[in-house]
Design a protein around this ligand. Structure first.
Ligand code: DX5
Ligand code: ZN
Length: 218
């Protein structure tokens, strides 16, 4: 599977968002990652579906939304209506996560399931028939610019083995502390969708950084 890079706009300059978007586009961003935080599920508040709508109006690059919110089902249709292609709810957000994932599929978007660092990969088996990807958090969600948790590498390897056995076309996404330095080893471990916030948008040259990360992950 061709690896994909999704810059997270959480670390972009919101006073001048379009400039950062254009630079990442020129470098070859495959997706733009939208981090949705409600101040309950994670200790931070970001933005809602209206940003997805505004992004959609200015870029052809597809969008994915990472829902760090306690009540995902209430907002899923709004994000899909705004034009988001992949929705990543959290496994930990609901006891009836199958219903959440089903809602995404029924609304015509691709469903990914997100696991916090301490959540076991075996939990994905219950939703495997509905999902296109698994997003492994490699930091505790809530903020950009945190340090990559090394045990994620082992989790990627184990998840790849599990998926190869049951549904090999499912992608493995990694989110948190992904850098130009570690993206190669994450790729080798079996991940194929890379989310990077500060590594892209805090780089001295955003366009060049996207290009370098894409070359390294190939
Ligand atoms: C963290 C978010 C990430 C964040 C990544 O809760 O889910 O998407 O933007 O930022 P970096 O790449 O700086 O760790
Ligand atoms: Zn994210």
């Amino acid at each position: 599977m061709k690896p994909l890079l999704a810059p997270s706009i959480l670390s972009a300059n919101f006073a001048n968002l379009e400039v950062d978007i254009r630079a990442a586009e020129k470098g070859g961003a495959d997706y733009f990652h939208l981090d949705i935080m409600d101040g309950h599920f994670v200790p931070n508040i970001s933005f809602g579906p209206w940003i997805a709508k505004q992004m959609k109006a200015i870029t052809e690059v597809p969008l994915d939304a990472h829902l760090m919110i306690t009540n995902p089902r209430e907002y899923i249709p709004k994000f899909i209506d705004a034009g988001v292609e992949i929705i990543y709810p959290h496994m930990e957000a609901s006891y009836d996560v199958y219903r959440t994932v089903q809602l995404i599929v029924d609304h015509g978007a691709k469903a990914g399931i997100t696991l916090n660092p301490a959540t076991s990969i075996s939990t994905v088996e219950g939703v495997l028939d509905l999902i296109d990807s698994v997003l492994l958090m490699s930091v505790c969600p809530g903020f950009g610019g945190q340090k990559f948790i090394p045990s994620t590498i082992r989790k990627i390897t184990d998840l790849r083995t599990l998926l190869n056995e049951h549904k090999p076309e499912v992608r493995i996404a990694v989110d948190g502390g992904v850098t130009l330095e570690n993206i190669g080893s994450l790729r080798n471990a079996g991940a194929d969708f890379f989310i990077a916030g500060s590594a892209v948008f805090k780089a001295p040259d955003i366009e060049q950084r996207v290009r370098e990360m894409k070359e390294t992950m190939r």
